[in-house]
Design a protein around this ligand. Structure first.
Ligand SMILES: Nc1ncnc2c1ncn2[C@@H]1O[C@H](COP(=O)(O)OP(=O)(O)O)[C@@H](O)[C@H]1O
Ligand SMILES: [Mg+2]
Length: 262
């Protein structure tokens, strides 16, 4: 089957393609991609999660590890089944643990083509992409292989210093003729007993929203217990019920579904 036919098939089977991007690392892209995916899956959507952070693939660790893809009869990759409604695929499932992945652009491009065209994703409502930070090869390859997607979610933290990098990421997405779905402000605030504190300041997301005329899709609090759970591979929406951060992810999932369907 030609590459174009494979991608056309994928586009026919998947209702919405959503990428998660940020200006820089460590702001919570993978956290957002994973918990958005579990929240959507719990809401009854069929979800796929593709880890496209080839050099820092963290999706599997945050999902609890030991899930493996298989090879289908037609020699296509069958993604690992995480929940009844959630499939995931990451390069970390295919290489030896702890080994660095030293790949240049063309090799990454080939891998991304296979993750899209040679993978049996089945019918999905959402295919979510966890990208590395910034404007590198992975996002370029994704847009090149898939064409126009439903939207890119930009993850940021509130401090103004981070904003220059975020602006570059947004400009990159727009230059690629892709739609920015909105911004998610992670580590927005922290609740200490009855007091709310703002370790990274406030106002960053609103500033961006106004500047680029894009919605704020969610504000996720900082929560040390959440960090522990994420480290243990326990998604917040499954293992930290009735918490403020869980509610924040559910609200984000609703906003993303609404924005994608609009
Ligand atoms: N809202 C949050 N509260 C507490 N810890 C968080 C939160 N968001 C992310 N983290 C932690 O911060 C670290 C970086 O997050 P990660 O999602 O890996 O960022 P990125 O993918 O952007 O590099 C991880 O250890 C994660 O568990
Ligand atoms: Mg990450």
């Amino acid at each position: 089957m030609s590459e174009d036919i494979k991608i056309a098939e994928l586009r026919k089977n998947v209702k919405h393609f959503i990428a998660v991007l940020s200006g820089k690392g460590g702001v919570g892209k993978t956290t957002v991609a994973v918990n958005l995916s579990t929240a959507l899956a719990e809401n009854g959507y069929k979800v796929g999660l593709l880890d496209l952070d080839i050099h820092g693939p963290d999706v599997v660790r945050m999902l609890g590890g030991n899930a493996y893809p298989t090879m289908g009869e037609d020699e296509r990759i069958v993604p690992a089944l995480i929940l009844p409604n959630l499939k995931a695929l990451s390069i970390s499932m295919l290489v030896e643990e702890g080994k660095p992945i030293i790949w240049r652009g063309p090799l990454k491009h080939t891998a991304i083509k296979q993750f899209l065209g040679d993978t049996d994703w089945g019918e999905l409502d959402f295919l979510i992409f966890d990208l590395p930070p910034g404007t590198g090869d992975e996002a370029l390859s994704l847009f090149q292989v898939l064409g126009t997607i439903d939207g890119v979610i930009i993850v940021t933290t509130p401090q103004k210093v981070a904003l220059d990098d975020v602006r570059r990421a947004i400009a990159f997405v727009q230059t690629m003729n892709q739609r920015v779905l909105g911004v998610v402000e992670n580590m927005s605030y922290m609740r200490c007993k009855d007091e709310i504190v703002y370790p990274f300041g406030t106002g960053g997301a609103e500033l961006l929203a106004k500047e680029f005329n894009i919605p704020v899709l969610g504000k996720i609090p900082m929560d040390p217990k959440a960090l522990e759970l994420l480290d243990e591979g326990k998604p917040i929406t499954l293992y930290y019920r009735e918490s403020e951060i869980e509610r924040a992810f559910r609200e984000l999932a609703e906003n993303v579904a609404r924005a994608a369907e609009a």
